[in-house]
Design a protein around this ligand. Structure first.
Ligand code: ZN
Length: 281
């Protein structure tokens, strides 16, 4: 099952068309996409109305627009740790992204004027479906409603300004494109091994598989839920593979006009265009 956000309402993708979940279920299911994540396993078959619009060409919002929290993992692929010049972590490296930074799968990435070290990070994103604390690794996937794609756009200048400033460096408005849809794990041949890629103006800059994660999904859910309760709709950005701009020689960064495409196997592609925003500071 695939769920999209159209104008703030959850839609089931059925045969390439968008079905309003609340209307088609006669009010049994919530219209709010974030709230639906708690009951995704009860959606089942819904009637497809004659006037259901096509997915293709539709403008979608982030499929989970109002998570209670967004947790993100740093240095979770060997290649990315190496290009960052850092040792492999012995436990997950974790930071937060603010929910206000979310953007839809075709929304613009707004780079404030004067920021010259803005970078891309394609990531698999987990969507929590069931509340959990102290979740065992063996039960971890049962707490995941589905997966989606994410960009963890990062202002490296802010990130490395003093000590480490991950949260704000990765939380400028529009710096968390999400989507295009949430795909439930039963549709994935192997949810622990999905292709992740990023293209910049058509050139592949990142290409890996989540089978290469240092801390795979079950380990992440178990580790995170030792500290905080994971709530339905919460998002976990699982880390980015090698190929970010900051690790290149010479480094390469995003600028207005660049098009960032992010693709996750079984989820689909996002296409976000960088545009210039108001001057920073
Ligand atoms: Zn990241």
């Amino acid at each position: 099952m695939k769920i999209a956000n159209v104008s703030g309402r959850a839609h089931l993708v059925a045969d390439g068309r968008l079905v309003d979940v609340e209307k088609a279920s006669g009010g049994r299911l919530p219209a709010d996409p974030t709230a639906l994540m708690a009951t995704l396993d009860t959606v089942g078959e819904l009637p497809v109305p004659d006037d259901a619009p096509p997915l293709e060409g539709a403008t979608l919002g982030p499929p989970v627009p109002r998570p209670s929290k967004i947790i993100a993992i740093g240095l979770n692929y060997r290649g990315h740790a190496e290009e960052s010049g850092l040792d492999l972590p012995e436990q997950p490296v974790v930071f937060a992204k603010l929910p206000s930074s979310l953007a839809g799968p075709t929304d613009d990435i707004v780079i404030p004027g004067g920021r010259s070290r803005v970078d891309w990070e394609a990531e698999l994103v987990l969507v929590i479906g069931r509340r959990g604390r102290h979740v065992a690794e063996a039960d971890a996937w049962s707490h995941v409603a589905g997966v989606t794609g994410g960009q963890d756009i990062s202002d490296r200048e802010e990130q490395f300004r003093a000590l480490r400033q991950f949260t704000m460096a990765k939380s400028f408005d529009t710096y968390s494109p999400l989507g295009p849809v949430v795909t439930t794990t039963d549709e994935l041949p192997n949810p622990d091994d999905l292709a992740v890629s990023c293209r910049l103006d058509g050139e592949t800059v990142q290409s890996s598989r989540t089978g290469d994660l240092i801390f795979p999904v079950p380990a992440l859910i178990a580790w995170l839920s030792r500290i905080c309760t994971l709530e339905p709709g919460d998002l976990v950005y699982t880390g980015t593979p090698a190929g970010v701009g900051d690790g290149r020689k010479p480094p390469r960064y995003l600028a207005p006009g660049n098009v960032v495409e992010t693709e996750i196997e079984g989820v689909g592609s996002m296409r976000n265009t960088c545009v210039a925003g108001a001057a920073y500071g």
